[in-house]
Design a protein around this ligand. Structure first.
Ligand SMILES: NC(=O)c1ccc[n+]([C@@H]2O[C@H](COP(=O)([O-])OP(=O)(O)OC[C@H]3O[C@@H](n4cnc5c(N)ncnc54)[C@H](O)[C@@H]3O)[C@@H](O)[C@H]2O)c1
Length: 348
């Protein structure tokens, strides 16, 4: 609930005085989670042409499940008939993922779920969804399986748990006989926490999930890709926050974590190229995922939209086609790349 009154922002006079299109003091990025530690946040917004500041009351929600689970499906998934392949040109064939097996972390909802759907529509025969949330993970796998007829299964795991991840990846390899694609989409975001008061356990937890979790899952899947001698494609979901600093919200841990994911991606690409494994990252801008759809973020969202040349947030399926491209043969000479999808946010 928006709590308190609008304050005239005496501390940021330059912001208020700038004309609309030049009102761009700092780059901004995204926030999915609500603030975990303070009962309210200071959110900048606009009233007419004037920059204002609001104290926004925020409930402690963390990574609460989307209600209803699966609500992020924009539409039902469509199966890809094998009759289609002979009709495709060689170019279009390289955009398909015929008979491949994919693992997607964080696919209980949001961007991960939508990319999983895109893979399911592009020819994969097996799909493993990994998420820490049982209810939404189960539902995602069940729905994708029902809608496309592919073998989709769900594993409840925390990407920070090395033993659990290694066991899970082994059982995926046993079930499907191979692993060709990994999308690391599991991640969290704390935001509106100032660096000078950032609680260390929270700082560490975020890095542990966003960077170490990405590494653990990549390492476990790469072991199978290497031993099978078939190589594979790993796609890490980073963020434009890995290259720019957010505005107006303070989120140093998230930004540092995503910079780490981008650099981890390049390092793994260099090391695993000899095994035929390609590793690339996708860096989204502000996306309209469930956790951004809360009243507490409305004021900040206006600023994000204002600062994005396309004047909108990204849709939950806006990463899908790039994910399919990076997963498949069409991107065969691409590795170590960080691809931004941000509606133009970072061009300014
Ligand atoms: N939404 C955005 O604006 C945006 C922008 C840039 C980058 N990203 C990144 O995209 C990815 C997906 O974001 P989203 O908006 O879909 O968020 P989301 O919260 O809707 O989905 C993230 C999923 O990851 C799962 N998860 C969280 N911690 C986990 C853990 N320890 N182990 C296993 N699963 C875990 C959650 O249960 C959830 O289903 C994240 O890495 C996020 O940082 C999002």
């Amino acid at each position: 609930m928006l709590a308190s009154s609008v304050l005239r922002n005496a501390t940021r006079p330059t912001l208020r005085l700038l004309p609309k299109l030049q009102r761009r003091p700092l780059p901004a990025a995204y926030n999915t989670s609500t603030k975990l530690f303070d009962p309210s946040i200071s959110a900048l917004g606009y009233q007419g042409d004037e920059l204002t500041e609001q104290e926004v009351g925020v409930g402690v929600q963390g990574n609460a499940p989307v209600k209803p689970p699966g609500a992020d499906f924009g539409r039902a998934a469509m199966p890809l008939s094998s009759n289609v392949y002979p009709l495709l040109t060689p170019t279009l064939n390289k955009f398909t993922l015929r008979d491949k097996v994919a693992v997607v972390t964080g696919a209980g909802r949001g961007l991960g779920l939508n990319m999983a759907q895109a893979l399911a529509e592009s020819g994969v025969r097996g799909l493993a969804i990994l998420d820490v949330q049982q209810d939404i993970g189960d539902q995602s796998a069940r729905e994708l399986s029902r809608q496309t007829g592919i073998d989709a299964c769900f594993y409840r795991v925390d990407v920070r748990d090395e033993d659990e991840i290694h066991e899970t990846v082994q059982s995926i390899a046993d079930r499907f006989g191979r692993i060709d694609i990994l999308i690391n989409a599991a991640g969290i975001a704390d935001s509106n926490i100032k660096a000078e008061t950032y609680p260390l356990p929270a700082f560490r937890r975020l890095l542990d999930i966003n960077i170490t979790g990405t590494f653990i899952t990549a390492q476990a899947c790469a072991a199978h890709m290497i031993s099978s001698r078939r190589g594979g494609s790993i796609i890490n979901i980073a963020s434009m926050s890995g290259s720019i600093v957010n505005f107006p919200q303070s989120q140093c841990s998230y930004n540092a974590s995503k910079a780490g994911v981008i650099q981890l991606t390049k390092s793994l690409a260099a090391e695993w190229a000899e095994h035929g494994i390609r590793v690339n990252s996708i860096s989204p801008g502000y996306m309209d995922t469930a956790l951004n759809r809360v009243p507490a973020l409305e004021a900040q969202k206006k600023i994000w939209v204002e600062l994005t040349p396309q004047k909108r947030l990204g849709g939950v399926d806006d990463l899908n086609c790039l994910a399919v491209f990076l997963a498949g043969e069409g991107s065969g000479f691409m590795t170590g790349a960080d691809c931004r999808i941000d509606g133009g946010y970072t061009v300014w």
